[in-house]
Design a protein around this ligand. Sequence first.
Ligand code: CAA
Length: 381
Amino acid sequence: MNYFFSEFEEAVKNLFSDYVDKRIIPMRKELEDKHEFPHGLFKEMAKQDFFRIMVPEEYGGMSDSQMQLILGIEELSRGDAGIGVSFAVDAIATKGLILYGSKEQKEKYLPGIADGNIITAFSLSEPGAGSDAAALKTRAVKKGDKYVLNGVKQFITNGEVADIVMVIAVTDPDKGHKGHTAFIVEKGTNGFSTGKREDKMGIRSSVTNELLFDDCEVPEENIVGEIGQGFYIAMGLLDRSRIGIGAQALGIAQAALDEATQYSKTREQFAQPIHSFQAVGHMLADMATQIEASRLLVYQAARLVDAGEKELTKISAMSKLFPSDMAMKVTTDAVQIFGGYGYMKEYPVERLMRDAKVTQIYEGTNQIQRNIIVDRLIKGK
Ligand code: CAA
């Protein structure tokens, strides 16, 4: 299929794709079983310049185009969705610095992110603030030229490995969502620690943690954007990053289709390869069609970001909703095509089904995405 990529986009896609085929796919079982962050692979990915696609050239990157980023996330997720999400989340706080950071913050952190020496996390969710992102309790209280943070963040991808975390905290509890502010907290800051690592159903090569803030003093210059802008920054970043979850879902679904197609050619029953039974052949045809439709939606959303479109909320919600529901369906069908073998851990499709599930949940559940879409629809946006 011709997606009319530029020469550079084509090169980025091929670079990621070759790496995934050579390094990640052969290791995917080990990555799943270990349930550890793959530091070694991240170092290799840094050597391949993968992190430079998140950062503008002036800070040591290769431009921060959304299209390149989602091509990278899609390919990585085809190999291993845990690596895909660790990479995608690294791009969220990075984007926060690019869009809202001061010149000093950009100079301090972006070159290290581009080199792959600084890993980032984005910390919004709390035990009592999941879908209701405005219900934050983590407090940041001004004390001289510092802010003192107290609270607990939950389900933070890259939490224990991040060198810097973008934290959204309440600076003025009387102002609701207008009283939230974004901070950069560096690893090793007094009063900042990592809580438990979650034991997840899927994406097991990524780490997901609680983050604990106990009288954690953060210098005032670590505020990102303006005081009171934190909720808007979070929403603006999610408008971009949800497209990345759509890309992650695409990668997972493509992997399931590749496995199911191959299996249907080699598995014989009633003296025929199983794809020749219309029931199986039509499933494969539907899977391929749904993936293609999702891909066009995700790529269009990415193109809109790169074209400077201001109204991204609806298309970004759609580009997360549709591909993630599609990935759940496609991976479930892949398990069905594998029959009894599909249910066994020896084959990769049950893992893909478990990995797909989370794409319907994180970065805003698909119920929240539908709320967002209908809200924009009614407002005529
Ligand atoms: N961009 C800019 N501003 C926005 C916005 C957007 N996309 N969405 C809302 N706003 C603004 C509104 O215009 C409004 O502004 P004013 O008050 O100035 O008029 C303000 O924000 C409040 O808007 P709402 O009343 O719509 O806000 P709400 O409290 O009803 O919540 C919500 C809206 C969409 C449900 C939001 O809470 C939400 O996105 N929830 C899901 C949370 C989520 O996605 N979490 C993901 C965590 S990160 C993660 O999962 C990463 C990972 O590890 C993989």
